[in-house]
Design a protein around this ligand. Structure first.
Ligand code: ITT
Length: 211
């Protein structure tokens, strides 16, 4: 216990090389007194081959690989943007969208060019995140979704990835324009990692299964 009578801070390795994700995860998990850091800083291992058919499968692949290499509880997260007009693309290929089209330029430029001339009512989209935990003798999945739509031009300097083109309807601003604390309250990642944080505190720190 610390002076405030709270549980000690708990360290949770996250199998990610994406600094944008990691910054957000760290903020979200602070609420649970969990300190997130990249599992790749603990021990060097090869990039996880994300060949699952779903976000959940890919998140599990990451968490399992983390557990195998660190020997303790690890989390993996897989996420992406689904645009209805593009039948759910970029989806699982969100990080490598340009490569799929052999497009030279950033993913947002490609996305906006594919949506050129599409009216606002047909620009609906959502972010999805799956979070997996893997520890000795157990695995658990959590999911989060955040609905919105795609702007015609990027706006805002914050966030990462598709944030400058994704409008969060509650504030009619892109995630890149909003304060990061807003994104970390409502995002797909916030929903999934809050559930994961609660699960860790309730089941893995006090119960019979210890990380
Ligand atoms: P790791 O696998 O190392 O975690 P990654 O960037 O490859 O990093 P993913 O395979 O999960 O991660 O790809 C997710 C991609 O989806 C990410 O690179 C962004 O392009 C996009 N994305 C996911 N969440 C996002 C968010 O909150 N804001 C903007 N773009 C996001």
């Amino acid at each position: 216990m610390d002076q405030a009578g709270l549980n000690p801070v708990f360290d949770l390795p996250i199998v990610t090389r994406n600094q944008g994700k990691l910054r957000e995860i760290s903020e979200i998990l602070k609420l649970f007194r969990i300190r997130a850091f990249s599992a790749y800083h603990l021990t060097n291992f090869d990039e996880v081959n994300e060949n699952g058919d779903t976000y959940a499968e890919n998140a599990l692949l990451k968490a399992r690989q983390g557990y195998v290499h660190t020997g303790g509880l690890c989390a993996g997260e897989d996420s992406g943007l689904e645009v209805d007009e593009l039948d759910g693309a970029p989806g699982l290929f969100s990080a490598r969208f340009g490569e799929k089209f052999a497009f030279v330029g950033d993913n947002n430029t490609l996305l906006l060019s594919l949506l050129e001339g599409v009216p606002p009512e047909r620009r609906s989209a959502r972010f999805r995140a799956a979070v997996a935990l893997a520890w000795e003798g157990g695995e658990k999945l959590f999911e989060g979704v955040c609905e919105g739509w795609i702007r015609e031009t990027p706006r805002g300097e914050g966030g990462f990835g598709y944030d400058p083109v994704f409008i969060f309807p509650l504030f009619e601003k892109t995630f890149a324009e909003l304060d990061v604390s807003v994104k970390n309250t409502y995002s797909h990642r916030a929903v999934a990692f809050r559930s994961a944080g609660e699960f860790i505190l309730k089941n893995l720190l006090k119960g019979s299964v210890r990380p």
